[in-house]
Design a protein around this ligand. Structure first.
Ligand code: F0G
Length: 531
């Protein structure tokens, strides 16, 4: 077969065309640390400083030398990569180290167990499935308990015991004169019917407005952006979204999403009918700092209220640390800074060290369901290469008394200071700087009343941040992206090896953009391309 020298573009070519029109198109040929190298028109390599950091997966930068050498050694040694259903010391050691780190950081006395996955969205779905298994098992146990009580109470009632209905539901009076062997009486049937209707109510996942947890069919249901979610809404069960940083709405959601089951108890010869509350909430899922939603940190009060309400109802709190975790915010977990412990943690992105695809759902031992292991599996998850890389990433982060976390705090502190300086200089252009350490966002002021027609057009289009990013790449060789669900916010997530010089290059570039926005510069952006 004759292959043309340049094959046709068949790998999602359409979005690339659009990216090219806003100046975001580039082909990178090499990467190292915080740098990417693109081939320019003349075939020369040009250096680009990468603040996008692989959407947050490059806490340790591109092609970390130790990780690259480790991967090479593993491949050369012929370690088994796909030996599913066998014992893996690497996976075990990575899981044990994860448990140790989480225990140290949260002060938890409990061990944590890990289920490995391949991507963030998949690990989120592992968490959702595990939580739902937990819910249906708790419900089944309650059903068994009520059933045995109903049988016992039936005997008592038949024997003439009085009934004291303390529930808020009207119930029929038992027909004591039923012939023997007639089956359940009116009261028992009414209770069973009530409980069957309550138990048939569907479960509810709680998530936050602005949340991003992935784009697969399951995780998409708890990703808030309607643009991403709505076209596929009919494939899943709708989640309930509550506003960020408003604890009263969260508490109200828990109060509303519950049912009362009726159960008889033997109160010294009297059959007392009581209510047993059962929460319909499968899990509350949250990001400690919302990433895609625009770098929005949760407030401590809100995070604590979330922890408390989950504990009160016995519902797992799933903390999605896919973007915020792995040291980016100056600690292993961003949530530990908020002083809260999750029942589950979800990790991905930087767990693979920028060279492997690795994700993990980590569950507190007392909430772990061993039977989950028989129900969930994946061909690629927990493979020999990704778990070995993940283990080494964790070791690098923990090395030298947590030097990596300190680096993240220091470099992030300088970056934040620079961004705050810009805001002070251009308050009319920069609305806010948010985030912590190496997870920072800069939100532009609304530019829809700019005197420049093209800036105005972008401001109203939802693509303003992409145009700013395109300009930064084309004119300043800086790579940065807006957050996809809040596109006037640029997100900065470089590696811990960020240098003062790189921060300075970013400052110069952003200053120029700010000044030109302030000047209503008609030539700042190319014309808005059609979608
Ligand atoms: N959870 C969070 C907090 C994320 O930021 C992401 C991905 C996911 C889950 C899904 O992970 O892509 O590996 O399936 N965020 C990307 C981003 C898309 O742009 O930050 P995934």
């Amino acid at each position: 077969m004759n292959m043309p020298t340049t094959p046709p573009e068949l790998a999602e070519p359409h979005i690339r065309g659009w990216m090219a029109a806003v100046g975001l198109d580039a082909e990178y040929v090499r990467a190292s640390g915080n740098l990417l190298y693109l081939a320019d028109a003349a075939g020369r390599e040009a250096e680009v400083i990468d603040f996008a950091g692989g959407f947050g997966s490059l806490v340790l930068g591109h092609n970390h030398p130790e990780l690259v050498a480790h991967a090479r050694d593993l491949l050369e040694a012929g370690v088994p990569i796909h030996a599913q259903f066998s014992r893996s010391q690497t996976a075990n050691r990575a899981a044990a180290l994860l448990s140790e780190i989480i225990q140290r950081e949260t002060g938890s006395k409990e061990r944590h167990l890990t289920v490995f996955a391949n991507s963030g969205a998949e690990a989120v779905e592992v968490a959702i499935k595990h939580a739902e298994l937990d819910r249906v098992n708790r419900l089944a146990a309650l059903e068994v308990d009520i059933d045995s009580r109903l049988r016992a109470a039936g005997e008592l009632v038949r024997g003439g015991a009085p009934v004291d209905n303390t529930s808020g539901y009207p119930l029929p009076v038992e027909d004591h004169d039923r012939p023997a062997g007639a089956g359940p009486g009116l009261l028992e049937r009414a209770i069973r019917d009530h409980n069957a209707a309550a138990m048939a109510r569907p479960p509810v996942l709680l998530a936050l407005e602005g949340a991003f947890h992935g784009k697969l069919v399951g995780s998409l249901q708890i990703t808030h952006n309607p643009g991403f979610r709505q076209p596929f809404a009919a494939l899943g069960r709708p989640a309930r979204f509550v506003p960020v940083n408003q604890p009263e709405h969260l508490v109200k959601a828990f109060e509303q999403e519950r049912v009362s089951l009726l159960a008889p108890v033997d109160a010294g010869g009297v059959v007392r009918i009581v209510e047993r509350e059962f929460s319909l909430v499968t899990a509350l899922v949250l990001e400690p700092i919302q990433g895609e939603g625009g770098i929005v940190p949760l407030q401590t009060d809100f995070a604590r209220a979330a922890r408390e309400v989950c504990t009160r109802y016995g519902i797992p709190l799933v903390i999605d640390e896919i973007q915020s975790g792995m040291g980016r915010t100056g600690r292993f977990l961003a949530s530990s800074e908020l002083g809260i412990q999750g029942d589950y943690y979800v990790l991905a992105k930087a767990l693979g060290g920028g060279i492997a695809k690795a994700a993990a759902t980590v569950v507190r031992e007392s909430r772990y369901r061993p039977e989950f292991e028989y129900l969930h599996s994946s061909t690629f998850a927990r493979d020999g290469l990704s778990t070995a890389i993940a283990l080494r990433v964790l070791e690098i982060l923990e090395r030298d008394g947590g030097a990596a976390y300190r680096r993240a705090r220091e470099a992030g502190g300088h970056l934040r200071e620079m961004l705050l300086g810009l805001q002070a200089e251009f308050p009319d252009v920069v609305r806010e700087v948010r985030g912590r350490a190496l997870m920072l966002g800069l939100e532009f002021q609304d530019q829809s009343s700019s005197r420049s027609a093209v800036i105005r057009e972008y401001a109203g289009s939802g693509f303003f941040g992409y145009a700013a990013a395109g300009h930064l790449l084309q004119h300043h060789r800086i790579r940065v992206f807006p957050t996809a669900s809040a596109t006037t916010t640029l997100r900065f997530e470089p590696s811990i090896y960020l240098t003062g010089g790189q921060i300075d290059s970013l400052r110069v570039a952003l200053r120029s953009v700010c000044a030109r926005l302030r000047d209503h510069d008609e030539d700042l952006f190319p014309p808005l391309p059609p979608m």
